[in-house]
Design a protein around this ligand. Sequence first.
Ligand code: GDP
Length: 362
Amino acid sequence: GFNCGIVGLPNVGKSTLFNALTKSGIDAENFPFCTIEPNVGIVPMPDPRLDKLAEIVKPQKVIPTTMEFVDIAGLVAGASKGEGLGNQFLANIRETQAIAHVVRCFDNDNVIHVSNQVDPRADIETINLELALADLDTVERAIQRLARVVKGGDKEAIATKAILDRIQPHLAEGQPLRSFGLDDDEKHQLKSFGLLTLKPTMYIANVNEDGFENNPYLDTVNEIAAEEGAVVVPVCNQIEAEIAELDDEERAMFLDEMGMEEPGLDRVIRAGYALLGLQTYFTAGVKEVRAWTVKIGATAPEGAGVIHTDFQKGFIRAEVVAYDDFVALGGEQGAKDAGKWRLEGKDYVLKDGDVVHFRFNV
Ligand code: GDP
C-alpha cells in the first residue's frame, strides 16, 4: 500500500489529525477501515466519482480506494543523536513514502508549546534539522564505504560518491535535500539510501477555526514551503476531529453551517495522494463498484496487478471507458453504442478515472 507519515513537534495536533483521519471512514460500509496498529490508519480516499458510478451501475457494494497514514510520535530536538524516541522515530519515518509535517499555527494558552512560543519557522527548522542530520549520518557512512570501492575504479560507485560528496555540506548546514535541486537521475541514484529529506513532503498548517485568513503563522509556513517547492494544506484539526464524530447527515449540516464544501481532511488525503504521484481507476461490476490506486504512468497490466498478481501475469486486454463518457452515456452499454468503449493492449497507460474491465488467462 501507499503511505504517508505524520510528523511534527509534540503538541502541534498530530494525534488530533490522525484520530480524525482514522475515524472519518468508520461509517463507510462494507470495508474494514481500521487502525491496523496503534499508529497506522487505513483511510478511504474521498471520491465523489465513485457515488456517480454507483448510481449508474447500482452494485451490491461500493468500495473506495485507501491510503495509509502513520502517526510518528516522538520527534524532539536531538532525535538524530538518539534523544527521546529518536532512533525509533527515524526508523519509522524511513519506512514511509511521503511526509505530512504538521505545524502549529494556532494560539491556545491551554496547550503548552514545547519551546513556549508558537513559532512555525523555528518549529519547521527544528524538525528539518533532525531529519537533515539523520540523512547526514547516512550519507557520511555511505561516503566512507564507497571511498574503498572507488579505488577499484567502479564507475557507478564513483558517480554515486560524487553526488554524496556534493550533498554532504548541504546536510551539514541542516538543510533538507529537497531544496538542493537534484535532478531525477541523481535522485534515482540515491534511492537505495532512503534519505528522509528527499521524501515528498507537505506541510499541514494546523490553524484555529478563524485562522485560515490573516494568520501570520500560516503566512510563514507558506513562505517556507514556497522556498522549498513544497505544498501547504491549511486545516483546523480540532474541527476535523469534531466533524469525524458526526454521522453523514449531521456532517452535511455542520459543513453547510461552516460554509465548507467538504471536510478539510479530504484535502489532506488528496494532497497525500498527489504527493505520491497516484491516480485512480475504477472497476464497475454489478457486484461491486470499486476504486483502485496506481502510480501515474502505470500500464494496464500493472493496474491489473493491483487487483491480483494473476490478472497481471495472464493479462490479455483491458476494456476501457473514460469516466466522463461512462457517466455521460449512462454506463457501459451506452458507451459501446456511442463508440466510446475501447479495447486496449499491454502498453496502454491508464488514465485517471478510467473505468476498466480486464480480460485475462488463468
Ligand atoms: P500532538 O502531540 O502533536 O499529537 O498534539 P495533539 O493532537 O495531542 O494536540 C495537542 C493539543 O492541542 C490538544 O489539547 C488538542 O486538543 C489541541 N489542538 C489540536 N489542534 C488544535 C487546533 O486546531 N486548535 C486549537 N485551539 N487546539 C488544537
